[in-house]
Design a protein around this ligand. Sequence first.
Ligand code: GA4
Length: 339
Amino acid sequence: MVVLSKPSLNNFLLPKSPCKPTTTTTMFNGIPIIDVTDPEAKTQIVNACKEVGFFKVVNHGVPMELISNLENEAVKFFRKSQSEKDRAGPPDPFGYGSKKIGSNGDVGWVEYILLNTNPDVISNKSLTIFRENRPNLRTVVEDYIEAMKKMCYLVLELMADGLEIEPRNVLSRLLRNEKSDSCFRVNHYPPCPEVQQGALNGKNLIGFGEHTDPQVISVLRSNSISGLQICLNDGTWVSVPPDHTSFYINVGDTLQVLTNGRFKSVKHRVLSDTTKSRLSMIYFGGPALSEKIVPIASLLLKKEESLYKEFTWCEYKKAMYNSRLADYRLGPFEITYGK
Ligand code: GA4
């Protein structure tokens, strides 16, 4: 059971400017928990993105049935024989994949389905294979993705409000764009009975190695098995308490650039459980390929310099596919100003 800590008055809770109203954010294990219907949500979200780059969303309004329908279908898919699942792969980068992540040598104790969510690319191999066996899976995935898009729009609009930048859709328009290059991933971290905890010699079984998400924001939901960890500002890794009824939002690299470094793209990883199956589903909201990624002009009004060279999402994607998971992908795009 997840027990919420009483809101405590630490640095995180102190307002940045004395003129702003004081707001207290409920925290658990260093992770902000935000009720998106709370009038203070916009301020809490901005604080969370600055301090942690990660927060939990409660009171989101996504029907549990929509979530369970997808989870049930995913569980059925991952229970299929290996040869049947392999027919939906290998990932190019979309499709079914097992153990290999990306194409530059990263591996993890994970199998997954990666889908492009653009309507014009919806011929995804893995959806085709699902349809052969379970005609309603496509609808279940599409309904879920629709709900994730709406959640992203809401959260991005609350961020714009909290940052006091206009228009309100300055961030959400990137994902509302019909050419938004977003994707969706279902990860299954199977148990690993051959590896007894003892045999790991105190080491962890890496499900998905540490990385930041390249897109604007990611929305994650998992079953009630733990494993996800995030890296806090001071470099410590903390476990994210699993909660199958809530969603977690990640700040991605693109949002870090759009906010000129105010928001932090959070490093995260997944450690697999040797005895229990973990299932997570993540929507990665990305801009259109041709979108120029530069800090939002109204954030640079007071002679603040851009910390990043200008690039398009297409250029960043190319760089990302040439990188390893743990690489600091924004590095080559940073401007150091003679430092
Ligand atoms: C990390 C976030 C998403 O899962 C993902 C991943 C992508 C992939 O699996 O193809 C990448 C990884 C992710 C960043 C670096 C490259 C590309 C694997 C990898 C080693 C779908 C994404 O967009 O970037």
